[in-house]
Design a protein around this ligand. Structure first.
Ligand SMILES: C[S@@+](CC[C@H](N)C(=O)[O-])C[C@H]1O[C@@H](n2cnc3c(N)ncnc32)[C@H](O)[C@@H]1O
Length: 211
């Protein structure tokens, strides 16, 4: 996602109680952020927040945290969450490579990874958000039996991610190469998914569950 740097984005984000600028400060305290004991689900690389705000609207009894690297996209996420008038979503600025120490053991119940960068070159594959290296990090804070829902349009990333999930002791409990023509009923469309679908591309999807 190429975006012009928006210098005003950070001050505007920091003005909002929905924005978490230093997520490491809340390790073990995320339920306090939401003021309830509801389960917390993460979206990693949330982009402009279409998925996050819709999920929060549909599921008021679940808390959502959208994480992204770029203030330039998080500012749109903030606007979407504000427009949805939900109080169960927060937005955190973080490079997911630094996620260790942001959440305590068992603090998170589910992760969504939607259309992450495919990093096709061999030397970059360790940057994939589904790489074994990342799955191992996520397992430190996911509750036993938690699921990761992963969608992509990239067949290479998808097939190698199947291996990453298997190698990391996740059981793949659902898998389709064509989500929109599958029997799966619970899909919420993301920005990228909408664009790729208009271009005739298929969305691949899997659910990995911690064994
Ligand atoms: C291709 S976009 C997909 C956005 C959204 N999930 C969707 O499906 O429309 C990938 C997003 O992941 C974010 N991202 C990529 N690497 C990241 C990292 N290491 N940490 C946090 N965010 C990252 C990018 O800034 C971008 O917003």
């Amino acid at each position: 996602m190429r975006l012009r740097k928006k210098w005003w984005a950070r001050p505007e984000l920091e003005d909002s109680p929905l924005f978490v600028a230093k997520p490491h400060d809340y390790c073990g305290k995320w339920q306090e952020v939401f003021g309830n004991n509801n389960d917390i689900h993460l979206e990693l690389g949330c982009g402009r927040g279409r998925f996050l705000s819709e999920k929060a609207r549909l599921n008021p009894d679940i808390n959502y945290i959208g994480i992204d690297l770029k203030d330039e996209v998080l500012i749109y996420t903030l606007k979407r969450v504000q427009e949805a008038e939900v109080n169960n979503a927060r937005i955190a600025a973080l490079n997911i490579q630094l996620i260790d120490g942001v959440f305590e053991k068992d603090e998170i119940s589910k992760i969504y990874i939607n259309f992450c960068n495919p990093w096709p070159k061999d030397r970059h594959k360790k940057r994939r958000l589904t790489h074994t290296k990342f799955l191992t990090e996520y397992k430190k804070f996911l509750k036993p039996g938690s699921e990761i829902w992963f969608k992509t349009d990239d067949v290479g990333l998808f097939e190698e991610s199947i291996q990453y999930f298997n190698e990391s002791s996740f059981e793949i409990i659902y898998l389709t190469y064509d989500l929109h023509n599958s029997d799966f009923k619970y899909n919420v469309v993301t920005e990228y998914e909408s664009k790729f679908t208009e271009l005739g591309m298929k969305t691949m999807f899997l659910i990995g569950k911690i064994k």
